[in-house]
Design a protein around this ligand. Structure first.
Ligand code: AHN
Ligand code: ZN
Length: 328
């Protein structure tokens, strides 16, 4: 692929000279030569994960949650993104009103060609899949389920800030993904779709009216030791060409074992609402065919803590996403 690109660019330059095309136009083409992706630093992403956990549980309507939103926005801004916090109110399964904060950072907002990267930053208030029933109403750290995906995106933000990519990049850290009806709740949810409340809010109120991106990538539970990421089925349905692009890039980089090309589960996640909005996007998400839920064994338990976070897994995902972006 790289070879072919070089051949095309050299050919274009010769062709332009032959036709006496204006040098500015030739330069424009040359500028589009692929930029080498920067090297993902897992230590940095890992530290970002710990920093989020240090605020406490990132549960809407709490002080720790508000403080974490400000921290995330400040980090994106520090790395050079145009950053806003989109505030909203949403209704949870139990009728409770949640004050939510979608944190949004844009690199090179003037560029037409754009990629959207996203993850959820809130943490679940209930360990409702914990093997011990006494823990079901306790909150979880959400190290893999939330914080580490955000940690990877903050590290990517740092690298894009230091060395811009050809395409513009928007990073959205969605709130209230994980406030879905708990297992123990008796009765029906007062809302139709009780998961992914932050992305549902955004899809109804995009931060820029008519916002477009060429495609999007969601990271959800992408940092567990032993986790792998087969092709999630909602992604395959809406965006098979993006699945192909991302999984092929992983294989090219030598991360094929993390990104098997068989099909995984079908997950109701933030990417569903962004796909329905009209941006084709994929969910990179851990799939455990032998666990009851299809998710990691520590999913929505008190064990979703730093001990499961694996820097090698973080690198496989972070480097793959970076290479996709810098190849555009
Ligand atoms: C459902 O359980 C319907 N969706 C799971 C999405 C999720 C929760 N991802 C992380 N936590
Ligand atoms: Zn969750």
């Amino acid at each position: 692929m790289r070879e072919r690109f070089f051949i095309i660019s050299i050919f274009s330059v010769l062709f332009f000279c032959g036709c006496k095309e204006r040098p500015a136009k030739a330069a424009e083409r040359v500028e589009r030569v692929r930029i080498e992706a920067p090297k993902f630093v897992a230590d940095s992403a890992y530290r970002y994960t710990e920093e989020q956990l240090a605020f406490g549980y990132r549960i809407p309507n709490t002080e720790a949650h508000r403080k974490t939103a400000i921290f995330l926005a400040e980090e994106l801004k520090r790395h050079g993104a145009d950053t806003i916090i989109q505030r909203g109110k949403v209704t949870a399964y139990n009728g409770e009103s949640l004050n939510i904060f979608n944190v949004i950072g844009s690199f090179a907002p003037e560029k037409q060609r754009r990629v959207l990267l996203f993850a959820h930053w809130d943490s679940r208030p209930y360990a409702d899949y914990d093997p011990d029933k006494a823990n079901h109403r306790k909150p979880i750290d959400g190290a893999d389920d939330g914080a580490a995906s955000v940690g990877i995106l903050l590290e990517i933000a740092r690298l894009i800030g230091a060395q811009p990519s050809n395409v513009g990049v928007d990073i959205i850290l969605f709130d209230a993904e994980d406030y879905g009806k708990p297992y123990f709740f008796e009765g029906n949810s007062v809302v139709d779709d009780d998961w992914a409340l932050g992305s549902q809010y955004w899809a109804k109120h995009p931060h820029i009216p008519g916002y477009r991106a060429d495609f999007g990538i969601l990271l959800d539970m992408v940092s567990g030791a032993g986790s792998v990421f087969p092709q999630e089925q909602v992604s395959m349905h809406f965006a098979p060409h993006i699945v192909k692009k991302v999984w092929n890039e992983a294989h090219k980089l030598g991360y094929g074992s993390y990104f098997p090309k068989n099909s995984g589960g079908a997950v109701t996640d933030d990417h569903l609402y962004i796909n329905m909005y009209g941006i084709p996007c994929v969910d990179i998400i851990a799939y455990y065919p032998n666990s009851e839920t299809g998710f990691p064994p520590y999913w929505h338990t008190l064990k979703d803590d730093m001990r499961n976070i694996d820097k090698n897994t973080m690198s496989a995902v972070g480097q793959t996403v970076l290479s996709v972006i810098y190849n555009e």
